[in-house]
Design a protein around this ligand. Structure first.
Ligand code: SF4
Length: 504
């Protein structure tokens, strides 16, 4: 009898390895990625009559009784029934994450049996121009935060005259509350390899790099192992799937500086230099890695491409709203009952995501706000939760889609402290190249501390400082740090006034 126990880092942190070892004494255990329901991890699955049934959360202490239930087919308090029928799974449109949690991440056979390599095969038959046209038609935009149209970026690199070009995957997922890149690399690394190979064929690049932060040892190990499997299977190498195209890639490990998630800083780091931001122009599409035309795309952007090539850009573009096409893997975290990864077409309201999908706060208290888009995203107050989840739609509320991470806070949250955290984060992570960010963030922390002591003359100074950082910083770190600060101040002024003593 085949049993699945996730190897995802979140599941491992919750005891999945011990569960796998215990069940492995009796059953054939396959380690899969996570289904994204973190509150049910470790989620053990067993196949009965072709249907996967779940048990969760299964701690090491539950392994013996779960094994007995699997063996006998009897009931168990942790039995969940068919996994695909769980409301969290049924409500999703899983395109990019279709195989995550389903297959053995390192099995090329299982990958192909579940639709893998269809996109790459079609791409090989199409040629560069048509691949780019398909991605343009899909409306895919950068899922790392900037939201720039992926197809237009590829078109620029494809048209750039150069002997060598590169594909660089930005897997420096540094936003707090974001984990889609990690879950994908741990659960289906071959889809990222396939997406990068398609990008290489599209723009004429024969070499790619996945830049992963060192805090992701499992993702690094799995990506490296998957690259080895892909080489053995002829997906990478001098002749991609037997074609005339060559493409290979390797993993590079970053030291974990947040600013190395900014593409030019990442390129400097990749070249072995200090991770400081480069002024643009020149854009990396024309002068990127080692000064050559380079596609720099986020993990999810590249991993979305195989589906687009397999099913057509027009099919992808049918999903979503406005200029936000396709699906987005939403990461729900913070003070929330059901946290995890939920892939859906753009357009759900923030209220649906937080209250229906996420189930409200874990504390049971009313929701106060949600920070969308990582530590530099705005705090959206609960009265604005009807905003649809899309790039332009969130911008109408001064919000930022970013990497689609949502961190939920209940009504006990002190917004002044959260504003201080944003400024302190910026001060710690600043690369130091420009003054508004390097010095402004330090002055910002000091000013918020003054306000916390009851000095309200600091409020207009903080506002002025935020405007200077917003308009005067060279990159998004200094330019966006004012968003959480100003959204906290604008929507929750009472948390900044009348503070004679620091609140708890
Ligand atoms: Fe560096 Fe901050 Fe300036 Fe960005 S905004 S270039 S991180 S100092």
């Amino acid at each position: 009898m085949r049993v699945w126990v996730p190897l995802d880092a979140a599941a491992r942190a919750l005891g999945a390895d011990a569960v796998a070892e215990a069940l492995g004494r009796e059953f054939t255990v396959t380690r899969n990625g996570t289904r994204g329901m973190v509150w049910l991890e470790p989620l053990v699955e067993v196949e009965r009559d072709g249907v996967r049934h779940g048990y969760g959360p299964v701690g090491p202490e539950d392994a013996a009784s779960v094994a007995e239930a699997i063996r006998s087919g009897g009931d168990h308090p942790l039995a969940l029934g068919p996994v695909e029928e769980l409301p969290w799974m049924k409500a999703q449109t899983r395109l990019t994450f279709a195989r995550v949690g389903v297959i053995d991440p390192l099995s090329v056979e299982e990958y192909q049996a579940h639709g893998g390599l269809e996109g790459l095969r079609r791409a090989i038959g199409m040629g560069s121009e048509h691949i780019v046209a398909e991605v343009v038609e899909s409306g895919l935009r950068g899922r790392g935060g900037a939201g720039f149209p992926t197809g237009i970026k590829w078109k620029t690199v494809a048209a750039a005259p150069a002997e060598r070009k590169y594909i660089v995957c930005n897997a420096d997922e540094g936003d707090s509350g974001s984990f889609a890149d990690r879950m994908l690399m741990e659960g289906d690394p071959l889809v990222l390899i396939e997406g990068m190979a398609i990008a290489g064929i599209a723009v004429g690049a024969v070499q790619g790099y996945v830049y992963i932060r060192s805090e992701y040892p499992d993702a690094i190990r799995l990506m490296e192992a998957a690259i080895g499997k892909a080489r053995q299977a002829g997906i990478l190498g001098q002749s991609v799937l037997g074609s005339a195209h060559a493409y290979d890639m390797e993993v590079r490990v970053g030291a974990g500086a947040y600013v190395c998630g900014e593409e030019t800083s990442l390129l400097n780091s990749l070249e072995g230099k200090r991770g400081v931001v480069r002024a643009k122009p020149p854009i990396p599409a024309l002068e990127g890695f080692l000064g050559r035309p380079t596609v720099v795309n986020n993990v999810i952007s590249l991993a979305s491409v195989p589906w687009i090539l397999a099913h057509g850009g027009a099919e992808y573009a049918k999903l979503g709203i406005g200029r936000s096409k396709g699906t987005i893997p939403i990461q729900i975290a913070g003070n929330v009952r059901h946290g995890g990864l939920f892939e859906a077409a753009f357009g759900m309201s923030l209220r649906q995501i937080v209250e229906e999908i996420g189930g409200g706060t874990a504390s049971g208290r009313p929701v106060k706000a949600a920070q969308v888009g990582g530590p530099l995203g705005s705090y959206i107050p609960h009265w604005n939760f009807d905003v649809p989840f899309g790039y332009e739609e969130l911008a109408t509320k001064e919000g930022l889609l970013g990497h689609a991470g949502i961190t939920v806070f209940d009504d006990s949250a002190d917004m002044l402290k959260l504003a201080r955290f944003a400024m302190e984060f910026c001060a710690v992570e600043s690369c130091g190249k420009c003054t508004p960010c390097r010095i402004g963030s330090v002055r910002g922390v000091e000013t918020i501390d003054r306000i916390a002591q009851g000095d309200e003359t600091g409020i207009p100074i903080l506002t002025d400082l935020c405007n200077t950082m917003k308009w005067g910083s060279l990159c998004a770190l200094g330019g966006f740090a004012p968003f959480p600060v100003m959204s906290a101040l604008t929507h929750f002024p009472d948390d900044f006034r009348g503070r004679s003593e620091p609140r708890k």
